[in-house]
Each structure stands twice: as C-alpha cells, then as structure tokens.
Design a protein around this ligand. Structure first.
Ligand SMILES: C[S@@+](CC[C@H](N)C(=O)[O-])C[C@H]1O[C@@H](n2cnc3c(N)ncnc32)[C@H](O)[C@@H]1O
Length: 290
C-alpha cells in the first residue's frame, strides 16, 4: 500500500510554507504555464540527498527551470532536457548552440510594435532561430505565456502596458547569455518523454524530475497536452533511478499512486493569481523531505 502522508504528519521541519517565488533566481527565458519555480527549494533538497549526481533528466522540460537551476547550482554533473513541443524545443536548441548570441541580440534590438510582431509571426520561411525568436515573442506577448492554439495577445497587462508589459528585452538577453556559460553540461532532446523513459528504464544512475501536463489544466495550456497518465505511472513505477513526479492534487492521481504502490505527499503552493492550492509530489523515497 502506498504511504500517504500529508505535510502535517511529518515529524521534523515539515515543508509547509508556500515558497516566495521572488526568492528563487529566475533563470529561464520563458514564463511557463505550470512552471515549477515555486518548487525549487524542495527540488534542491531532493537533489542534495546524494553528494554527487551524475545526471538529472527532465522529461517534460517546458521552461526548464529545474534543469537550469541544477546546471547553475551544480546540483548534477550532466543535465538532459526532453520536450516534445517543436516551438519550445527551438528555443532550447538555439540557446544551447552557437546561435545563442544571435537570439540574445535579436531580442534586445527588436522594436516591439504591432507591425513588427505581425511581420515576425507571419514570416512563412522560418529558420530554426526565427522559430525560437517567435516562440519567445509569443510567450511574452500572449496572455499567460500560453503558446497553445487559441491563445491571444495580452490586453491590459501590468499597469495597462499591454503587449509590452512582459517584454523585458534586456533581462531576456542576459538570461540567454548566462545559460550559454553552463551549456556544456546541458543536453536537449526534442523527443517524446515516454520513449525516453522506456529506453532508459533500467538505468539506476540518474535522477528524474517529471512534470507532465496536468490532468485538469493541461488542455488549455499546452499544444501537447494529451498524456496517458496511467501509462506514465506504470513506467515510473518501473524506474530503477530516483525520481520525483509532480501532479495536481486530484483523486484520480492519488488513486493511480496507490495502484502503482508509489509514495506521495501533498504540498501547498500559490498560483500566479495568488490562489492557494495543493500539488502532489510522488517519489521513490521521502528520506530527503525533512
Ligand atoms: C507542466 S509543463 C512542464 C513545466 C516545467 N516543469 C517548467 O517548470 O517550466 C509540461 C510540458 O510537457 C510537454 N509535453 C507534453 N507531452 C510530452 C511528451 N510526450 N514528451 C515530452 N514533452 C511533453 C509540454 O509541451 C509541456 O511543455
């Protein structure tokens, strides 16, 4: 039977405080729906359960905050990021290549006007670096950073600044150039997470941070939202490596954890709209939790 403990059950130093995300260094050029910046203090603790980790694998990488934090803070020797979305993948492929300066400069010199936005987004012949630029552009000017079909431009934004309210060109440039200083330790694959996990299921030497699209909100937020959750649980239960799997706190997910004999805990968080909710953390062990 899976051990079901809430944070109230823990004896020593329970993780019960909601993280102030402003205290976590923002390293990603994305503002990512479902991003895990708020979980970083817990992830640091999880990764420090071993003095040296040879590889951290992030199969649903998205905005990659976990991978980037591990790279900058040297929490693992090597980091592998996997993401299926081709637009998101283009950003990582360019940032981790010699074209990173091109992207950084393109962002810092771009004049954000409706005409220029239209020209960029409607360009029919996009090379990979153009796709990367347009992805960052859409992520910054679309409501909630949502890239999925049906997403629209920010209307009022911060202080009524509309489309420019999240276009921090210099910050984005600096983040991209900073990532290039750690890129030799990061490998990116535009692959399916399920295939990757299956092909590496017997490896015992890595740590998996697994953050799939959630059961409820995923459809609205991501182009690739359809995930066979039960199949993911089945695969995770066969992993020989250490893992952390995160989910929204639903009955369906708790039942899957119980069915596959996986331990879990709940953790409070605040959404971007300052609503308090709980998420589920599933892991092979919780010795690191306290
Ligand atoms: C919850 S988001 C990850 C957010 C990320 N942890 C962060 O902090 O930015 C889930 C991601 O999984 C990607 N995805 C969905 N299906 C996938 C699959 N089969 N293989 C790889 N990535 C997939 C989505 O495109 C999305 O970027």
């Amino acid at each position: 039977m899976a051990e079901q403990l809430s944070f109230f059950d823990l004896k020593v130093k329970p993780i019960e405080k909601v993280t102030n995300v402003a205290s976590v260094p923002q390293r990603s050029p994305f503002r990512y729906p479902g991003g895990k910046t708020w979980l970083i203090p817990v992830i640091r603790r999880w990764l420090k359960q071993e003095s040296r980790i040879s590889e951290l694998v992030e199969p649903f990488a998205g905005g990659g905050i976990v991978a980037l934090t591990a790279a900058f803070e040297q929490l693992a020797d090597h980091i592998t990021m996997i993401e299926l979305d081709e637009e998101v993948a283009a950003v990582w492929q360019i940032i981790l290549s010699d074209k990173n300066e091109w992207l950084a400069n393109k962002i810092s010199t771009f004049i954000l006007s409706p005409q220029n936005i239209e020209l960029e987004l409607n360009n029919p012949n996009k090379a990979l670096q153009d796709i990367a630029f347009c992805t960052i552009l859409k992520n910054r000017i679309f409501h909630g950073g949502i890239l999925a079909k049906g997403s629209g431009l920010i209307k009022n934004g911060e202080n009524g600044k509309g489309i420019s309210s999240r276009w921090y060109a210099k910050t984005l440039r600096d983040r991209i150039l900073a990532i290039s200083t750690v890129r030799s330790r990061i490998k990116f694959l535009n692959h399916d997470a399920f295939d990757y996990i299956e092909n590496n299921i017997d490896r015992a030497d890595c740590f998996y941070f697994i953050d799939p699209p959630y059961t409820v909100a995923g459809r609205r937020l991501y182009t690739h939202f359809e995930v066979d959750h039960e199949e993911l649980f089945r695969k995770v239960s066969r992993l020989k490596s250490k893992f952390m799997l995160t989910y929204d706190d639903t009955e369906e997910i708790k039942q899957l954890a119980i069915k596959y004999h996986l331990q879990f805990k709940t953790i409070p968080m605040k959404t971007t709209h300052h609503l308090k909710k709980k998420e589920i953390i599933i892991s092979d062990n919780f010795d690191w939790w306290q």
